[in-house]
Design a protein around this ligand. Structure first.
Ligand code: MN
Length: 428
């Protein structure tokens, strides 16, 4: 039952300390209450190995005997009871006073000394559109009198994206070139995009898959999600505007997407569950997208931030400026609803598939999760703290997404940085 994923146990106790000192720092993303999974390697000649983040270290799971393989898909596909047992074993070994400290200390590496990759090989990638504030604001730019299409409040809207260009934090990519139609022109131009943007999203990573033809009910849906990362769905807005009708995004989106390296499990997120509520005036979800559990605890509170570091800021030693904040809790559909909807026709999810939430904007204009929103479609430039301005991204700009969960009575946990940098376009 999915309820097992919202049950608190000893691993969530906020006062537990770890013998790994850096895990006890108040501002760490990775205290012992988090225990997210990822993949690391010592150099490009070695295979990826499974690790768990603890403070500023990574614990080698193979070295401590908790896995006998390096296959993250296999780990992610474990049934919930085994996932919980693995989390408990990690907690037992890493908590202050553990008898395992002497042995496990040899299996710790500094995160800065290893390469962190994608948390697993990515299977299929679907991007949804659950940010209703984003959908409304962007809809207004394209259709001022009809911003939200009538299906939005009934169907979790999504499209099938491209998995091959999803990269781990630190991804760098060349500004894409493509077709665009200048205002008033009747013939398209071809060249580097002039309206390169980011999208603040989260990704749900499929764990246990489902058999083709066998839908996942909303009651079981959360058991099919292993964990969450941050996701930046880089977008070329001018390419998008010209190509998106009639079949939706294509080359405007598939040149790069960046994810944070650590899979924060649904178990770790249990203390941050929230009620899923629909405004009374909105249609309530159809029965296959509705359950008592989903209503009482289907949402998750994750505070999200977007930071921009321009080349000038980097040269001046500045970590960048925060562009906006929002929260996953404001999504119009829950993760369980996305899984139930995706599979209702019999479509099969597999371990390692990625479900993007869509851009997560807050209700206020300054909470837009993309530059498209923050600059009103490029009409109103942002002035940054150092006097620079931006409508869309320039070469050398780095975007950093951050996410964290905070609540009274719980230890703060975070997702680690999701960082990506725009390089100049390839020469024509
Ligand atoms: Mn998107």
């Amino acid at each position: 039952m999915s309820a097992a994923l919202t049950t608190l146990d000893a691993t969530h106790a906020p006062d537990t300390q770890s013998w790994v000192e850096s895990a006890n720092a108040p501002d760490t993303d990775f205290p012992i209450q988090n225990l997210p999974f990822g993949r690391f390697r010592h150099n490009a000649m070695e295979p990826w190995q499974i690790g768990v983040a603890i403070g500023d270290r990574v614990l080698d799971l193979h070295a401590v005997g908790l896995v006998d393989h390096n296959d993250m898909h296999r780990l992610m596909a474990l049934p919930v009871a085994e996932r919980r047992a693995l989390r408990l074993a990690l907690w037992e070994g890493l908590r202050a006073g553990s008898a395992l400290q002497k042995v496990w200390a040899d299996a710790l590496l500094r995160q800065t000394e290893v390469e962190l990759g994608l948390p697993c090989e990515v299977g299929d990638y679907t991007d949804f559109y659950t940010g209703i504030h984003h959908a409304t604001t962007v809809g207004k730019l394209f259709r001022p009198d009809n911003p939200l299409l009538p299906n939005y409040q009934w169907v979790p809207i999504g499209y099938h994206g491209r998995a091959s260009s999803i990269g781990a934090s630190g991804q760098q990519f060349h500004r894409p070139r493509g077709q665009t139609l200048k205002p008033g022109a009747s013939v398209p131009d071809f060249g580097p995009t002039a309206r390169l943007d980011y999208e603040l999203e989260m990704a749900a990573w499929s764990g246990m898959g489902n058999v083709l033809g066998a839908p996942v009910s909303i009651a079981d849906a959360e058991e099919h999600i292993f964990g969450l990362t941050l996701l930046n769905d880089w977008s070329a807005r001018d390419v998008q505007a010209w190509e998106y009708q009639p079949l939706g995004p294509f080359l405007a989106k598939n040149f790069a997407s960046t994810v944070s390296p650590w899979l924060v499990t649904l178990e770790a997120l249990a203390p941050f569950r929230a009620a899923f509520e629909r405004p009374a005036a909105d249609p309530q979800p159809l029965p296959y997208l509705d359950s008592a559990h989903n209503r009482s605890a289907g949402a998750i509170g994750v505070q999200l931030e977007v930071w921009l570091q321009t080349p000038a800021m980097r040269a001046a030693g500045s970590a960048g400026v925060r562009l906006s904040q929002s929260n996953l809790r404001d999504a119009y559909w829950t993760l369980a609803q996305l899984v139930a909807h995706h599979t209702v026709n019999g479509c099969n999810l597999r371990s390692g598939d990625v479900l993007g939430t869509g851009t997560l904007s807050g209700p206020q204009p300054e909470q837009g999760g993309s530059l498209l929103e923050l600059t009103l479609g490029g009409k109103q430039a942002l002035t940054l703290a150092n006097g620079e301005t931006r409508t869309f991204l320039q070469d050398g700009d780095t975007i950093i997404l951050r996410g964290s969960c905070q609540r009274e009575g719980a230890r703060r946990i975070g997702f680690g940085d999701c960082r990506g940098t725009v390089l100049a376009a390839h020469a024509a």
